[in-house]
Design a protein around this ligand. Sequence first.
Ligand SMILES: [Ca+2]
Length: 294
Amino acid sequence: MKKSVSMFPSFMFAGVLLLGAAPVLAQGTVVYDSIPSPTAPNVPSQGFQCCATAEIGDEVRLEADTPRRTGFTTVLMSSWSLHSNYTDMPPAGYTHPITLNIYLDAASALANTPARAVTQNFVIPWRPVADPTCPGGTAWRAADANCYNGFAFTIAFDLRSLNYDLPEQFIYGIAYNTTTWGYAPIGAPGPYESLNVGLNRTPPVAVGTDVYPDGVYVNYQHAAFYADGGAGGVGTFRLDTGWAPFTPAVQFTTFALPTTTASCKNGAWQNLVRSDFTSFKNQGACVSYVQTGK
Ligand SMILES: [Ca+2]
């Protein structure tokens, strides 16, 4: 089923409306969603530095009869780094580049030739300080009273400027570098050694389809980490098995542009946008955009 999501806090919309000048950016349609809801203070995750990982993702099929123009891709991450170990870095977190790759099929994933790739710098939050009352004294205590060693948070890739229509089915990958792993290892220690990609362990996914419920796409640089012991290749982005019930936790949102005046009708204008992703005030504005491009 479809659901809409607001990408911006409501106070931002309020500010826009008060100013009256800036355009209101549209909401998107969620076309694939494996992020657990609600999300716990921390979630199971795939470590990159620990586990010789360069990229992890999945093959997904988008919800039928939904828009295809790229909007946002949100990825659930888990940070295990303490600010106290990196006091020369900002209290709000450290900045790390992370890449989202979109591959058309298994062959292009294997060849690492994505149809589209977006790299953004994200501020990675530190995990909260240890609570001595937690067992072992290293974990932090969350509002749910439980103790966690990692901190779950999301990053959002903005894919709108790609002006790209996603295929019905594709393979996505999340890639970043760590001290000794990744496509271009950094070669120096840093907090990215404790940055993981979050996993959902409660299938099936909420929106869209996980094509291989027991598999993920992953690039390990150690043969033994693959279920087949590396028989299918090592250091390539390919399908690995034995992952059930875990699946990477991501959400894709998309937009649609009106193509005919009829496509604006019966309330449909509310789910359409201009090519600059501004939304329509009413059906008439949508019809006018189709007719005049304005
Ligand atoms: Ca899967």
